[in-house]
Structures are given as structure tokens and as C-alpha cells.
Write a protein that binds this ligand. Structure first.
Ligand code: SF4
Ligand code: SF4
Length: 91
């Protein structure tokens, strides 16, 4: 089990979520972040940090966003780790 960044994150990248993760789970894609489910310990620290409410436990991901569960695992494998907060995207 793991937490998942859903596509509600797309375009945000405030990256507040990244700074609280104790397990280096977050990876940075072009316009959104992904959580690697392997190191995620289900601590839930990231969930309340997201202003877009884009992070869910995988059991709680809304039906219309459930494709994002597999997407996180797939994209985390091919995108770089992000360990610190970055300036938000211009738009
Ligand atoms: S805080 Fe939320 S919306 Fe912003 S980058 Fe993190 S997961 Fe995405
Ligand atoms: S639930 Fe905890 S370990 Fe998993 S991504 Fe969020 S902060 Fe990291």
C-alpha cells in the first residue's frame, strides 16, 4: 500500500509535499509529481501538506482518478527524485 499523487497535482508543483516525506518517495515529472510506492511507508505526512488535495491513500483515490495509481508506480521508475521544495510553476 502507498500514497498516490493524482493528476489534480498537474501544473501545481508547489512541492510542499516533498519536504515532509521521510522516505524519499517523490519523483518529479514534467508537470506533476509521482510517489514511488516501494519506499512509501504509508505515514500520511504528505497528504495534508498538499494545497491542491491531490494526494490520497491508494485505497481512497476517487474512482475517476484510479488510473493514477499505476501511473505513479510507472512514472516514479523513470523520473528523478525530488527532495526539496522548488518555486511553483509560473502558471
Ligand atoms: S503539494 Fe500537491 S499539488 Fe503540489 S506538487 Fe505536491 S502533490 Fe502536487
Ligand atoms: S505517505 Fe509518507 S512515506 Fe509515503 S509518500 Fe507520503 S510522506 Fe512519503
Amino acid at each position: 500500500m502507498a500514497f498516490v499523487v493524482t493528476s489534480l497535482c498537474d501544473g501545481c508543483k508547489y512541492t510542499d509535499c516533498v519536504t515532509v516525506c521521510p522516505c524519499e518517495c517523490f519523483h518529479e515529472g514534467e508537470t506533476m509529481l509521482y510517489i514511488d510506492p516501494e519506499p512509501c511507508i504509508d505515514c500520511s505526512a504528505c497528504e495534508p501538506e498538499c494545497p491542491a488535495e491531490a494526494i490520497f491513500h491508494e485505497d481512497a483515490v476517487p474512482q475517476e482518478l484510479r488510473d493514477d495509481i499505476e501511473l505513479n508506480a510507472k512514472m516514479a521508475a523513470v523520473t528523478p527524485l525530488i527532495l526539496s521544495k522548488k518555486p511553483p510553476l509560473a502558471d
